[in-house]
Structure formats: C-alpha cells, structure tokens
Design a protein around this ligand. Structure first.
Ligand code: CP3
Length: 342
C-alpha cells in the first residue's frame, strides 16, 4: 500500500499492510532545517508566504518515511481575520492584544470567507498537493475546534485555569452561543476550502477542551463541535483530537469524527472501547526525550494494546517537543512500520 492508501484505509477502519504514522507538530522546532528557516522568516511571514509554508510542510518527509504530511499553518490565524490582534511572540507563544471580554466584542467580530482571510494557507495546499501525489502520501488539513478557539480569543494567550473563558461561558450564555456559532461557521467554511484546495483529511484540534467537566462539555461545547464535525465529515475523513478528555471520550466520539485522537493519559485500548471508532495516538511526547531502550517498551505497549485491529493511526498524544532528538523520531517511524503483530 502507498502511505496515502494506508492512512486513508485506517481512517475508515479498514485493514492495512502496516500501521500508518504521522506526528503532531511534525514540521516544527525539533527539526534543524525548520529552525534555520525560522531564523530567516518570522512565524507571521512563514504563515503568509505560501512557498515557505509549502517548503516547511515537506521538511519532515525528507527525514522520515511518514504516511502523511500536515499543512504548515496554525489554528489561530483565522482569529486575526475576525478582528483579533494576534501575534506570535518569539520565545513566548501566541498572544492576542484585544481579547474578547464582553458580548459587544463578540457581536463586532467578522466572519470573513476563508478564501480571503486564509488565502495563503489555501495556496500552500495547492503547492504541496502535486508534490505529495508524486510521493503517494496523504495531506492533512486542520482547524481549531470552537472551544479551543474561543478560549484563545477570550484569554488572549496561554492559561492554566481558563478562568476568563469559563466565567464568560457561565455569565453570558447567549453571547457564548453567538461566539460559538460564529466560530463553527468560520471553521466549516475554512475546512471546506482546505478540502477543495486538495487535502485528503482534516483534523479538528480541541486541544484544551479537557479543562471542562463532562457536564460542561455536553452543555457548552458538544453541539457546536458536532455541527462542524457532521458537516465536514460528509466531505472528507475527519480526525477529532482532544487531550485530557479520558473521562468523556464517549461524548467526544458522539460529537463526531471518523477517527478520535487521544493523549497518553488513557491506555489506548480503553480509549478504543470508549469511542468504538478508529483511533489515533497515543505515545507520550516526552518518551522521545529518553533513551531508545525506554522508548521501545512504550511504543510496544501502544501496539500490543491495539493488537493489530484495523483503525489505528500511530501518533503522539500531543505535539512533539522542540527538545526531541531527530534520531529517535526516525527510529520510532521505522519501528511502527516494521511492527509485526504475529
Ligand atoms: O503539526 C504541524 O506540524 C502543523 C502545523 C501546526 C502548528 N500549530 C505550527 C506551529 C499545527 C497543527 C498547530 C496547531 C496548534 N497551534 C494548536 C493545536 C495543537 C496543539 O498543540 O495543541 C495550538 C494550541 C496552537 C497554538 C500555538 N501555536 C501555540 C501554543 C504556539 C507556541 C507554543 C508551541 O508549542 O510552539 C504556537 C506556535 C507554533 N505553531 C509553532 C509551530 C511550528 C512554533 C513557532 C516557532 O516558534 O517557530
């Protein structure tokens, strides 16, 4: 099977010749050639220059025999199109100067078409697609899920407690609804545009939704995620990724997605039983910082728990860390591809 066939078969729960693998944040700072490119271009210019974004997308494929590439972009630029003042502060991360704190601010937000607001990423997809056709690899597009996007828009940056987001959600339920409706509509349009531009599959990142209780997920988030996942799922396979949601993976799966992406806090077989769908994960990214002799049993544990059942895409449970040795990634990819379930 080609990488693309293997990856897409696993998305649909079909039998594969070996387990497909890609790595969240595979085009990132652990790669020396990525760091070299970023010394020449700011994050903003890399995101807004299609040729550079395309080049970065392809970098990890020079190092490893991955089955899929993910388009180089970020989940936050669509917020800039809505009117939020987003910047990527070197050494600090993303920051929004005018975070949403009032219902009025939400009503002022625009919902521009992705063709306009995200034109460079859509153009980068068109550049990368023929390259991946030549190599028979899948191309993954992505967007942030409504809750994770709302949390950045309201907090303005990283947070430990999500206090502003939750306080807003509880105090202003109708403004929260209007915000989540705007974000879902924007995300549906953006993911559709990525599919039209040539991606094979899309991933919806709800990275921070695990900050919520099961009750709040169902009440304040699930209807909006469901709208995005069910609409887009008719057009292409969708991976629904979240972290820290081990106690309500049944709800995450019910919200939608062909594949459910899980972190390392739950054993993958337990997650698989909870979701009853194809599954992606779930190695702790920190295992790649240890020696190979410790990495093997951790990777083996994931493979043994899956026991060769169809519908597994190997990945880390969250993004790869900048400190990761490239050599460990190369060995992990070979290990997963040559794993024999016996
Ligand atoms: O996976 C890939 O290689 C594709 C590109 C990609 C990036 N960000 C590039 C990036 C993807 C899929 C993302 C998703 C993203 N961005 C998420 C969801 C996934 C997750 O990790 O939870 C989130 C929460 C963000 C927001 C974001 N962007 C943060 C918190 C940061 C800074 C901290 C960090 O982890 O780097 C970014 C910056 C960012 N996005 C970088 C990259 C390669 C680093 C930029 C740099 O300094 O060169």
């Amino acid at each position: 099977m080609t990488g693309r066939e293997r990856f897409l078969a696993a998305c649909h729960g079909k039998v594969v010749d070996c387990t497909p693998i890609w790595i969240m944040r595979q085009a990132g700072r652990y790669l020396p050639d990525y760091r070299a490119l970023r010394r020449q271009h700011s994050m903003e210019s890399a995101l807004s220059t299609p040729a550079i974004a395309a080049e970065i997308t392809l970098l990890p494929l020079k190092h490893f025999e991955l089955d899929a590439a993910i388009i180089f972009s970020d989940i936050l630029p669509p917020l800039a199109g809505m009117g939020l003042d987003l910047s990527f502060v070197p050494g600090h991360g993303p920051s929004i100067q005018n975070p949403l704190r009032t219902p009025k601010a939400i009503d002022m937000l625009g919902v521009p078409p992705a063709q306009e607001a995200m034109a460079s990423t859509l153009e980068a997809i068109k550049i990368v697609r023929p390259e991946l056709d030549t190599r028979n690899l899948a191309l993954i597009g992505f967007a942030g899920a409504p809750f994770t996007m709302a949390s950045y828009a309201i907090e303005g940056g990283a947070t430990r407690t999500f206090a502003h987001t939750k306080a807003f959600m509880y105090s202003e339920p109708s403004a929260w609804d209007r915000l989540m409706v705007k974000l879902s509509g924007l995300t549906i349009d953006y993911l559709n545009a990525q599919i039209r531009a040539g991606v094979d599959c899309v991933q919806l990142f709800d990275s921070w939704v695990g900050a919520l209780s099961r009750y709040d997920y169902e009440r304040y988030v699930k209807p909006y995620s469901h709208r995005v996942l069910s609409t887009i799922g008719k057009k292409a396979p969708v991976i629904h990724f979240s972290t820290n949601t081990g106690t309500y993976l049944d709800l995450i799966a019910a919200a939608g997605g062909h594949v459910i992406g899980v972190d390392w806090r739950i054993p993958i077989d337990q997650a698989q039983r909870a979701v009853q769908k194809p599954i992606m994960g779930n190695l702790d990214p920190c295992t790649l910082l240890g020696p190979w002799r410790e990495l093997i049993p951790h990777a083996q544990d994931v493979m043994q728990r899956i026991a060769g059942q169809p519908g597994h895409i190997f990945n880390l449970g969250h993004g790869i860390l900048p400190e990761t040795p490239v050599e460990n990634v190369a060995r992990l990819v070979d290990y997963v591809h040559s794993y024999d379930h016996g």
